[in-house]
Design a protein around this ligand. Structure first.
Ligand SMILES: Nc1ncnc2c1ncn2[C@@H]1O[C@H](COP(=O)(O)OP(=O)(O)OP(=O)(O)O)[C@@H](O)[C@H]1O
Ligand SMILES: [Mg+2]
Length: 195
């Protein structure tokens, strides 16, 4: 299947999850993330704010803040095709972008360069058995991963129905090192041995 067909098919399944299923699965994903011993050693975590039918991340982001992590959340700049990260200390201070995504407010949230990141919690539409991912098609995470060290762990955060056997890849596509779903953590062959 082509990327676009996979994107459409998985988004269809994800949009069909009931609100209750989404909440329960998101809670299970949060539990799996809490069990990642590795997270305790990180300082600066790039996470994301859920949009539409994505895994709900508010509880995860609040937990990271409670652990005194530097929490970075993205803002998309569609005209420059880049994503920039800002430090957020209070999730209530997020503002709604023209696309309806809750984003940091650059007037109050400090910008952080991407080389400061030591863990990326990565959204996506679909992930395959090698860690390759499909996003919404902007290439934002591909560009981010190309600009930071391959050693910085990238963990996909998704529902199990977003796992597909095989995604066709382009030269610029960047895989994640592990995927956390409501069924737990799955490691791919990665530069960072075990998470
Ligand atoms: N490192 C890069 N530098 C410049 N352009 C890139 C880079 N990576 C990807 N792109 C461009 O981004 C576009 C979209 O890529 P792709 O279809 O793989 O998006 P995606 O992985 O689904 O999206 P996203 O990463 O935003 O979730 C492609 O046209 C590609 O040329
Ligand atoms: Mg891609």
């Amino acid at each position: 299947m082509e990327k676009n067909e996979i994107r459409k098919s998985v988004l269809g399944k994800r949009n069909n999850l009931s609100h209750e299923a989404q909440c329960l699965k998101s809670e299970a994903i949060f539990e799996s993330i809490k069990n990642l011993a590795f997270i305790k050693e990180t300082t600066c975590v790039a996470s994301f704010v859920n949009f539409k039918s994505e895994v709900q991340t508010d509880a995860i982001n609040q937990w990271l803040l409670d652990l005194n992590k530097i929490l970075l959340l993205p803002r998309i700049d569609p005209s420059r095709k880049i994503m920039q990260f800002y430090q957020v200390t209070d999730l209530n201070q997020l503002i709604v972008s023209p696309y309806g995504i809750r984003e940091p407010n650059p007037l109050i949230h400090p910008h952080h360069p991407s080389h400061a990141i030591d863990l990326v919690l990565t959204p996506g539409v679909a992930f395959d058995n090698s860690g390759y991912r499909i996003g919404y098609g902007g290439g934002y995470y591909d560009r981010l991963f190309a600009s930071i060290s391959e050693k910085v762990p990238r963990i996909g955060v998704a529902f199990a129905i977003q796992s597909v056997p095989n995604i066709p890849t382009d030269t610029y596509d960047q895989p994640v090192h592990a995927l956390v779903t409501e069924n737990g953590l799955k490691n791919f062959k990665t530069p960072t041995a075990s998470l």
